[in-house]
Design a protein around this ligand. Structure first.
Ligand code: NAP
Length: 489
């Protein structure tokens, strides 16, 4: 334990905790700061600079001033920076995963997984940087050449949540660098340390001054509004809640900015009576418990055919009962703490609400005693469709099971939400799987799998879950504009 504490302290002592503006670290010492807490213990890990409106102004000016030069950098140079940063992240997997677990709570094995996942966005977009293509055609009447070119959209505002502190950053920074956009970046206040470590790596990998400016702050509203209203930023790329996404969409309208919105989910996980139940339970374990359930892709509603609902609930509860809850830095721990006090209170009140409407506890249903924001893995059966958790992201290790009678009812329940990020379908009938995939109102479908995230695939939702796609071949489009040239023949 002592050695681990020392290692976390060593990693943090090597970290810049100030603002990164115009290629310069602005020391946190002597400025307003805020504390970063370890959610497993409540202890303060570090204090970081609390950026002000003046800092935000400096950041966006820097992004604006450096846009033209950066856009003219040879694609291969941008590609090489990303590739070097990818290698450096992979080399530093141990320290980055320790840092992530300490500030966010996910178990070390999952943090290591996120390091590889997050780094891969940089490798992917290092490959995309040199493949940005246009088009050349002839007009129908044969009189004109139609030349299509692509250029960076311009200075971009990047805002990330705390649940995947590395990957949510690299999924935006990767394509922005690849396409030649400068950036202002505001990480979540719960998890700034991983983001600052990433910035340090990008700087060491050769990212020129002013291309990426970072403001950690407790004044998200003020800092981001300054950027949105600056008239300099041309794009906002946001990952977070639907409520905040809507505020930013309204702000973006004033300057007619491009937007990418990766917002909240409410994923249905549908299990038919012909499904391989063991495989469905395997899928449920990852779809529900990755990140302690604190994922936009988390299965939020288990819709299970009435004839197999009890056996599915029992099998799932059986698997979940063997999980060890505790400090994610310790060996053997499967479920770390939730990110903070409000997150824990939200999960507790959603469970209370479901129970008051007739749900039954198959497993868990409470928090363990002691320090930290822990919640026990929980399975609830016979959850009423009007329970609040049916239309609210639970963001905790709670699996509500709702029985259905036929395919039409399953589909109606699944689509009965404003969210549309991802859905999971478990069936051995290929026709049914494809039919459901067509009809589910979501941007992504997992067929007999509980995980869809992949740097090579376009991630994103429809309805209130967002606009645009991140990752895959479409990811770079979000940071590029088209220009058409008319050239007579
Ligand atoms: P959040 O409260 O919306 O916060 C996200 C980010 O926005 C944070 O950096 C936050 O800073 C900032 N923010 C808050 N209010 C703002 C404002 N008025 N103007 C500008 N920025 C503002 O979401 P969260 O609780 O951190 O993250 C969880 C949510 O993210 C869930 O809904 C989850 O589904 C979603 N998510 C979606 C995806 C996806 O790809 N679709 C991926 C991961 C997470 P402060 O905390 O300082 O307010």
């Amino acid at each position: 334990m002592g050695t681990l504490k020392n290692s976390i302290e060593t990693v943090i002592s090597g970290l810049a905790t100030g603002l990164y503006l115009d290629g310069e670290w602005i020391d946190a010492q002597g400025r307003k700061t805020f504390a970063v807490e370890n959610p497993a213990t409540g202890a303060t890990l570090a204090t970081v600079a609390d950026g002000s409106i003046a800092d935000a102004q400096r950041a966006i000016r820097s992004a604006g001033d450096n846009q033209v030069n950066w856009a003219h950098t040879p694609p291969r140079e941008r590609s090489d920076i990303l590739r070097r940063a990818y290698e450096m992240i992979m080399d530093r997997t141990d320290e980055l995963s320790l840092l992530m677990t300490a500030e966010m709570g996910k178990p070390l094995a999952e943090a290591r997984g996120e390091v590889a996942y997050g780094a891969e966005f940089l490798r992917w977009f290092s490959e995309e940087a040199v493949r940005i293509s246009g088009d050349y055609t002839t007009s129908g009447d044969g009189k004109n050449r139609i030349l299509l070119t692509r250029s960076p959209v311009g200075p971009s505002i990047l805002i990330t949540p705390w649940n995947f502190p590395l990957a949510m950053g690299t999924r935006k920074i990767g394509p922005a660098i690849a396409s030649g956009c400068t950036m202002v970046f505001k990480p979540a206040p719960q998890t700034p340390l991983t983001s600052l470590a990433l910035v340090q790596i990008l700087r060491e990998a050769g990212l020129p001054p002013g291309v990426l400016n970072v403001v950690t702050t407790t004044d998200a509203e003020g800092v981001v509004k300054t950027w949105m209203e600056s008239g300099i930023a041309r794009k906002v790329s946001f990952t977070g809640s639907t409520a905040v996404g809507k505020i930013l969409l309204a702000q973006a309208a004033k300057n007619v900015m491009r937007t990418s919105m990766e917002l909240g989910g409410n994923a249905p996980f549908i299990v038919f009576d012909d499904a391989d139940l063991d495989r469905a339970v395997d899928g449920a374990m990852v779809a529900k418990l990755r990140n302690m359930g604190e994922a936009c892709t988390a299965a939020n509603r288990f819709l299970v055919h009435r004839s197999v609902a009890d056996s599915f609930s029992d099998k799932l509860a059986n698997r979940m009962s063997s999980l060890k809850v505790g400090d994610g830095t310790l060996a053997g721990v499967d479920i770390g703490p939730l990110v903070d006090g409000p997150a824990l209170q939200k999960v507790e009140s959603l469970v209370d609400d479901a129970l008051s409407r007739g749900a039954e506890v198959v497993l868990g249903g409470s928090r363990p005693t002691g320090m930290g924001y822990f919640y026990n893995p929980t399975v609830l059966s016979n959850v009423s469709p009007d329970s609040l958790m049916m239309d609210t992201e639970i963001f905790g290790p709670v699996a509500p099971v709702v029985p259905f009678s036929d395919e039409a009812q399953a589909l109606a329940l699944a689509n009965n939400t404003n969210s549309g990020l991802v859905g999971y379908v478990f069936t051995q009938d290929i026709d049914r799987a494809l039919r459901l995939s067509d009809e589910l109102e979501v941007g992504m479908v997992g067929v007999n799998t509980g995980i869809v995230s992949n740097p090579g695939a376009p991630f994103g939702g429809i309805k209130h879950s967002g606009l645009g796609r991140e990752g895959g071949r479409l990811g770079i489009d979000e940071f590029l504009e088209y220009k058409y040239l008319a050239i007579p023949r």
